[in-house]
Design a protein around this ligand. Structure first.
Ligand SMILES: [Zn+2]
Length: 508
């Protein structure tokens, strides 16, 4: 019976889609005009060069982030926005890393017959960075390091007493999107166990090889985490693990002088092209302006911030007039827990009935393969028509899972249709949040195609004769979580409690 109902629903959507075909912009010239305008030369490269090379990594609360907000205001104005403004929100704590230092010491047996024979101590420097929004650790010396495996329950039981020790945690090398998701999913329970067992600190092995260090965060709302934690270069971590496996003792000197302060003001930047017929209805095209600071946040997500600016320029240059308003938003505080988009969705909750759709790009310059619709099977047929003009760029797939991890998330939880660009990994993961996320990694030929897709989809949504789909109610959103088997993910990140308590997402 369930499957019959699904067939009937599918048939209805199919009829609706066919009726709409003639009326969608996909069937006329507007979207093609925008695509053509998007592919012409533009200030895209220079805008991104200024954002990454001149301004650099952009953490909220720093001068670089303030410069980036100015950059966004000027770039959106320069691209021809009808209006540009910023919207402030608060992040509970500021955070900056100091000069984190770690040295490992072990023993070496020199033959007693040799001069200086006996047990001697040998040391080596461990390349390490603090986890973001983790507490500081005043210098400690000669603290025992123990191998805690992957940090599962059984690993802790096997390890025995861990109080006051530094726990070395094994990880998997990052290759695919699923690995990245696992990195976020796996850490919180390890931290729970370490806190409970009163460990001194955690040292996670880097998931990248070749000494690459990167930022990772486990706190969800800009709050300071519970335990001092570092990521250690994979090669140094493996060396310590081999020593311990060989029965050697390993101690570490560790200093994590993070600078932590009180609440900070951050700001999203919003540029608009006002709709000619239904200005109060709106489409959002967004990417995040903030980044981590070990590199310069080129792939994550500077390139797409520059892309959003260029999409505005392309629509203006095309001469096509949007009937609904398009808001081009550069979000801040994304890296600290989607804080800018969360604040925006919360503040604008009263007008989200008028949101036609939210499009987000946040995965560097890997080819767009399609879009994730946030669990919305009801908009799939119409969305299929909307993406048809981008098949020339390889955009073909629509996924109906509920993804976490970017700025679509709180709009999805408010029942608004969302389009999160699904992209190939390309070079995104190896440089993710890392020292190596710099301008030279950006594939501009591909990025121009993303400008065409994002600008094209924005104009289609803005000029679609009808609404793409209704804003879902609280109960419909919760049903979607069940239908897409998303509960485990919501629970793992503490999002289920936030949803249940009404702290986050559409109210009952
Ligand atoms: Zn990002």
């Amino acid at each position: 019976m369930h499957s019959d109902m699904r067939t009937a629903k599918g048939l209805f959507l199919c009829i609706l889609a066919v009726t709409c075909l003639a009326a969608t912009p996909a069937g006329n010239n507007e979207v093609n005009q925008v695509i053509q305008a998007a592919l012409l030369p533009s200030p895209l490269e220079d805008n991104l060069r200024r954002l990454t090379d001149e301004i650099g990594g952009r953490v909220p609360g720093t001068p670089a982030m303030q410069h980036a907000v100015q950059w966004g205001m000027q770039a959106l104005s320069g691209a021809g926005a009808d209006s540009v403004h910023s919207e402030a929100f608060e992040i509970p704590n500021s955070w900056a890393e100091g000069a984190t230092e770690m040295t490992a010491t072990t023993t070496y047996e020199v033959s007693p017959k040799q001069v200086g024979g006996g047990t001697i101590l040998t040391s080596f420097r461990v390349r390490a960075v603090s986890l973001a929004w983790a507490p500081a650790l005043a210098p400690v010396k000669h603290v025992p390091v123990i191998d805690i495996g992957e940090g599962k329950d059984a690993d802790f039981q096997k390890a025995g007493e861990v109080a006051g020790k530094i726990l070395l945690v094994h990880t998997t090398v990052l290759k695919k999107w699923d690995d990245l998701f696992a990195e976020y999913m796996n850490a919180p329970p390890v931290i729970d166990r370490a806190v409970k067992a009163r460990a001194k600190a955690i040292a996670f092995m880097a998931t990248r090889q070749h000494d690459i260090l990167y930022r990772h965060i486990n706190s969800q709302s800009g709050e300071i985490d519970r335990l001092p934690m570092v990521i250690v270069a994979r090669e140094d971590g493996e060396r310590m693990a081999r020593l311990l496996a060989a029965g050697q003792l390993v101690w570490a000197d560790l200093s994590i002088p993070n600078q932590i302060g009180g609440p900070i003001r951050a700001a999203n930047v919003v540029g608009e092209i006002r709709g000619s017929e239904r200005p109060d209805e709106f489409v959002i095209l967004g990417a995040h302006l903030d980044s981590w600071e070990l590199g310069t946040g080129a792939l994550d997500d500077g390139c797409n911030a520059a892309m959003v600016v260029d999409a505005l320029r392309a629509i203006k240059a095309s001469g096509v007039t949007p009937k609904r308003t398009i808001r081009f938003i550069l979000f801040s505080g994304e890296e600290e827990g989607l804080l800018g988009s969360r604040a925006y969705a919360f503040t604008h909750r009263g007008e989200l009935d008028k949101a036609q759709g939210v499009i987000i790009y946040d995965a560097g310059t890997g080819k767009t393969t399609g879009f994730s619709l946030g669990g919305r099977t009801d908009v799939r047929s119409l969305a299929r028509l909307l993406i048809a003009p981008f098949a020339q760029f390889g955009v073909n797939d629509l996924a109906t899972d509920m993804e976490w991890g970017s700025d679509h998330f709180d709009f999805m939880l408010e029942g608004v249709p969302t389009f999160l660009a699904d992209q190939e990994e390309a070079n995104y993961l190896e440089n993710y949040h890392a020292v190596s996320d710099t301008y030279d990694k950006v594939d501009f030929a591909q990025l121009k195609k993303h400008v065409a897709e994002a600008a094209g989809l924005s104009i289609e949504l803005a000029n679609l004769p009808q609404r793409l789909g209704p804003r879902l109610t609280h109960d419909q959103i919760e049903q979607t979580m069940h239908d897409t088997n998303s509960l485990e993910m919501f629970r793992a990140f503490g999002l289920w409690d936030d949803w249940q308590s009404g702290k986050r997402g559409r109210q009952k």
